[in-house]
Write a protein that binds this ligand. Structure first.
Ligand SMILES: Cc1cc2nc3c(=O)[nH]c(=O)nc-3n(C[C@H](O)[C@H](O)[C@H](O)COP(=O)(O)OP(=O)(O)OC[C@H]3O[C@@H](n4cnc5c(N)ncnc54)[C@H](O)[C@@H]3O)c2cc1C
Length: 662
């Protein structure tokens, strides 16, 4: 074991503990002005910035990590969804949105967001062409896969999953974030790395008014930032890690996905919807999603064999056995298109046989299972192991690099596949672990209410990406493009923002409170305790009584334990502030859960005291916002975005609002 510069090394060798490597300047103020302020420099934030800058706006992007690698796609990606307008696709944006609304799938069905689903169908391919110009490889430029059934020889595009509908494109995008960051630099966009945004600033310092900027704290130096803006785009992704926290065990969510944007928009008085939805996850013991030979994503259609080399059968949605890897990419008879994972019957993809847990229990298949890469044709093998595994963020470093350095040879070696819990197996999830719940951060749907301009209920505040039902990389890129255009247009005629000093001072006191305490609770203990509240009181089955109790505990923790949290450096400070976010977002989820007095299959929402599943009178969106410090519950009808003042079709609304000549 290499013990150099570990705690072991410091203690054994009596070395002084290293000091914090940056100068600490708590409280020092930096003021920054922008026409368009982008909060979060991930996928959506970068696309928003580029599109606002191309329309002449002075753009500033702020991220709590390094923009070159921050966010969910920081380590790369391997497939691009919803490219309905690519020359080979047989699926139209209208068919895609209809499929999702009718049958569900990734987007909560009708309780998902039809607007972003449609916008994704219209602009996903354009966004892909944008990143191609930045240098991302989106075609088989080296003719490595000539003759393969997933390749179109004319365009050299290569498709994933549904080879007949051809709307998902394989991309070698391991370096997509650095390439996007280069583009931001080229356009002269000012980037603030390692600055954690802590609150939104509003006109007159009052909640519910126009958003005119934000505050932030540098997670290295502790300096304070005051951003003043004519328009602001919220792109800090969605809350994650609310039910599970574990740094020692497997991933408990993407580190940046803490829900800060959600909490600050709530405190600023923005309206939210559908926060009560949560889904099953395989918790702290899971493998990183798609990392370990999960045959339903990056390793899609890989042969799976048991310990004796017996092949696990693949079936279509009707249980027909699919003999070859090629057949695992074809639609079932009568199927319009299929979705990648977790889809309901109508959009269900070919999958490993659903009775596999039973077959393992009765001894027909013997654990462990393996991905039989050597059993595939050389090009199929190279596509999965080199192209997809070598570019996807979940696998690029932890699997591809590590395995390759260790001498793994896909022509001969078989990686072990995780054993999935039976409850999750039905969802096609191969992550291993023990089921717990998680907010559907990757599932789209709930979050900020926004309109066809991607404007929230607050003037001057736009939303994009997972924060605005962006769902996946393409959806986030597309909503970023759209919100960037709209924010730039708004900024052109917006009044000069005037910051209310009292609001800044109040936020400074809140932000620096943890560094002023000499001792107190650490952020990790607090975070673990907060997760317990979600597991125990907002778990699989809910009642008014447990939910109310959970809310009381949250309030009690906020007033007592959380008020003692102590931070020893700017890193600790950021984590302590994230715990406050955790409390706020959990409270929002509790309020939304209490408000829905019915069980709902689309939201994975079970009430023991209201067991009736999907009663028609509850077929609606629950909304909530903070008004004068009190939670105001409301509702919106299904497809409210096609009702007054937006009466019309998807196409009509898109044409009217998208800000492009179409
Ligand atoms: C490992 C992995 C692999 C994936 N692979 C694919 C794929 O192959 N195809 C696909 O379609 N989708 C994929 N996804 C999903 C896709 O990456 C996300 O949908 C997409 O990145 C969401 O974009 P976003 O801009 O909303 O969020 P992100 O890209 O996560 O950006 C959010 C940004 O906000 C910043 N931030 C958060 N809080 C603050 C704060 N308080 N202050 C300042 N900044 C803040 C974060 O640092 C981050 O940079 C993958 C996701 C993961 C985790």
């Amino acid at each position: 074991m290499n013990t150099q510069n570990t705690w072991y090394d410091y203690i054994q060798n009596d070395k002084p503990i290293p000091e914090w490597p940056y100068p600490i300047r708590y409280g020092k103020e930096n003021e920054v002005d922008a026409d368009v302020l982008i909060l979060g420099g991930g996928v959506a934030g970068c696309h928003a910035a580029i599109n606002a800058a191309k329309r002449g706006a002075k753009v500033v992007v702020v991220d709590k990590g390094p923009i070159r690698r921050s966010g969910c796609s920081g380590a790369g990606l391997d497939h691009w969804h919803a490219a309905c307008t690519n020359p080979c696709s047989t699926l139209t944006p209208e068919e895609m949105v209809e499929g999702h609304e009718e049958y569900g799938g990734f987007q909560y069905g009708e309780l998902g967001n039809g607007m972003t689903c449609y916008i994704a169908g219209k602009e996903s391919y354009d966004a892909l062409l944008d990143v191609e110009k930045m240098g991302v490889q989106v075609r088989d430029i080296n003719d490595e896969f000539v003759g393969c059934d997933f390749r179109d020889d004319k365009t050299k595009l290569m498709f994933a999953y549904d080879y007949e509908s051809r709307y998902t494109i394989r991309v070698a995008a391991g370096n997509i974030k650095p390439l996007m960051a280069n583009e931001l630099k080229r356009l002269g966009i000012k980037m603030y790395d390692f600055v954690m945004v802590t609150s939104l600033l509003t006109e007159g310092g009052k909640p519910g008014t126009r958003v005119i900027g934000a505050t932030g704290v540098n997670v290295r130096t502790g300096e304070f930032y005051i951003f003043r803006s004519k328009a602001t785009v919220l792109a800090m992704a969605a809350p994650g890690g609310l039910w599970v926290f574990s740094t020692e065990l497997g991933p408990s969510g993407v580190p940046g996905l803490t829900g800060d944007g959600t909490a600050m928009a709530w405190n600023a008085g923005a309206e939210f919807h559908t926060l009560e939805g949560s889904g099953p996850s395989s918790g702290g013991l899971k493998y990183l999603p798609h990392s370990a030979a999960n045959p339903h994503n990056t390793w899609n259609a890989v042969n799976i064999v048991d310990a004796n080399g017996k092949e696990v059968p693949w079936v279509d949605r009707d249980g027909r056995i699919l003999k070859t890897p090629a057949a695992r990419h074809l639609r079932s008879p009568g199927q319009k298109f299929f979705n990648q994972m977790m889809a309901p019957y109508e959009l269900r993809e070919p999958r490993t046989t659903p009775d596999l847990p039973e077959l393992i229990r009765n001894g027909e298949f013997v654990l462990p299972l393996y991905a039989d890469l050597p059993g595939m044709s050389p090009k199929e093998r190279r596509m999965i192991y080199g192209f997809m595994v070598g570019n996807e963020g979940c696998t690029r470093y932890g699997i591809y690099d590590v395995f390759t350095k260790a001498g793994f040879d896909p022509d001969y070696d078989m990686p072990q596949a995780p054993v999935m819990p039976p409850d999750l197996y039905n969802y096609g999830v191969w992550w291993g672990g023990i089921p717990v719940r998680q907010w559907r951060e990757m599932g789209g749907g709930g979050g900020l209410v926004f309109d066809w301009d991607m404007k929230t209920s607050l003037d001057g505040l736009y939303v994009a990406g997972l924060q605005g039902a962006g769902v996946n990389h393409a959806g986030s890129a597309v909503t970023g493009r759209y919100a960037g255009r709209k924010a730039a247009a708004y900024a052109r005629t917006a009044k000069e923002p005037v910051i209310e000093r009292k609001q800044v001072d109040a936020e400074k006191s809140r932000v620096y409170a943890p560094v002023q305490r000499k001792d107190g609770m650490g952020w990790k203990e607090l975070k673990a305790g907060l997760c317990r509240i979600m597991q125990d009181y907002c778990g699989e089955y809910k009642t008014d009584r447990t939910l109310e109790l959970g809310l009381q505990y949250l309030h009690s923790i906020a007033d007592s334990e959380a008020a003692t949290v102590c931070a020893h450096n700017p890193h600790d400070l950021a984590r302590a502030l994230e715990c406050q976010t955790h409390i706020t977002v959990s409270e929002m989820i509790f309020h939304a859960s209490i408000a829905r007095k019915a069980s709902c299959s689309l939201l994975g929402f079970r009430r023991l005291d209201y067991p009736q599943l999907d009663p028609p009178e509850w077929h609606k969106f629950i909304t909530l916002k903070l008004v004068n410090g009190r939670v105001k519950i409301g509702e919106r009808p299904m497809r409210w975005w096609l009702k007054l003042p937006y009466a019309g079709t998807y196409e009509e609304n898109y044409k009217k609002h998208c800000g492009l000549e179409v």
